[in-house]
Design a binder for this molecule. Structure first.
Ligand code: SF4
Length: 350
């Protein structure tokens, strides 16, 4: 991969490049700190780098950052969502959520999505392209700059925005490793959550990375037939294989796996389906996150009544499965993944 910007480079690659340019070894450390810790957006601000080097960097490794556009705020919930315009005219969104001491950024890894979940308009829109590592990291860095104005920091990153991260594996991992690097942004690996629909080869590969990131698997159904209806791409990976891969992940990392389950009224929210889900997961190091559907006008699904959500939750709990119901953060500003983009560009997601 040829880097487009310095944010695409890993630390060793930056060291190597500057060595080839005849720069002393400490330059990489200086430049890395400017980019990832001080969060500057212009080489001119890097005052301890020689002018000649800054000029060469501007020429050969330009700082092309996504341009922030429309911003939606929900002051009451502390959620904000900004559209970031990419250099090729595409756009992605960074969602920042404030909850107690937590400052969580939800990032996208692709423009559009190849998975095609029927309850998600981003999926219906189809896949447009993968994001580069820099474009993934930029969503976090943008929020970090905003938080800095209030003396705050990003505390968590969830890779749950538009796209399937394990189908853009290299770029996603590169962005995570760069954000995790102790001499730069320095966000601990356990502060990241990677969410997949169950791309088995990607889960197995992630298990081998030696990174303690959290894994979330979107299951959405307790049997293969319904799951294939709701999430067409997963035909390739039946639930049994997904759970085996998850076990390998637990064995390699010791991390509990979260199973995401969007509750669609009358589709996958019955007590019998809850019991079937419990049978799949009981006895595993697992946690279920129930997400009552965020209605979108263009999608033919409804949110289940609260009472039905509660019955589903209790059926799981009664069978020893750890479960929470996700509060619908961002509903008022349509911060469900893809929905800001939908409003401005024509797509959407739960
Ligand atoms: S819900 Fe996620 S995985 Fe499914 S189509 Fe939408 S963006 Fe893709």
């Amino acid at each position: 991969m040829s880097p487009e910007t310095p944010f695409d480079l890993s630390y060793p690659e930056l060291e190597q490049l500057l060595r080839e340019w005849g720069e002393p070894a400490y330059r990489a450390r200086q430049l890395w700190a400017w980019l990832w810790r001080r969060l500057v957006t212009d080489y001119a601000e890097m005052t301890d780098l020689p002018k000649g080097l800054r000029a060469r960097l501007s020429q050969e490794l330009p700082l092309r950052l996504p341009r922030p556009g429309a911003l939606q705020l929900d002051a009451e919930e502390g959620t904000e969502k900004v559209l970031l315009h990419l250099t090729d005219g595409e756009a992605i969104e960074a969602v920042l959520m404030r909850e107690g001491e937590r400052r969580t950024v939800c990032v996208s890894t692709q423009v559009g999505c190849p998975v095609g979940c029927v309850f998600c308009a981003a999926g219906r829109m189809g896949y447009r392209r993968d994001l580069a590592p820099e474009e993934i990291a930029a969503q976090v860095l943008h929020s970090a700059r905003r938080l800095r104005e209030a003396g705050e920091r990003v505390t968590h990153v969830v890779v749950m925005g538009m796209g399937e991260p394990l189908l853009n594996y290299e770029a996603t991992l590169r962005a995570i490793r760069n954000l995790n690097h102790p001499q730069g942004f320095g966000l601990g690996a356990r502060r990241f959550t990677v969410s997949t629909v169950g791309v088995v080869p990607g889960i197995l590969r992630l298990a081998e990375e030696g990174l303690q990131v959290n894994l979330a698997i979107s299951l959405h159904a307790p049997d293969d037939a319904l799951r294939e209806e709701l999430v067409p791409l997963v035909k390739r990976w039946p639930i049994r294989e997904v759970l085996e891969a998850a076990e390998a992940y637990v064995a390699a990392t010791g991390r509990r796996v979260t199973y995401e389950y969007v509750l669609l009224s009358g589709v996958n929210d019955s007590p019998a389906q809850a019991r079937a889900l419990a049978r799949l997961l009981s006895g595993r190091l697992a946690h279920v996150n129930l997400i009552p559907f965020n209605p979108a006008p263009e999608l033919p699904f409804r949110r289940p009544p609260e009472a039905r959500v509660e019955v589903f939750r209790r059926e799981l709990l009664r069978r020893g499965v750890d479960v929470t119901v996700r509060r619908s953060r961002g509903v008022r500003i349509q911060a469900g993944c893809g929905q800001l983009r939908a409003r401005h560009l024509g797509g959407s997601r739960v």
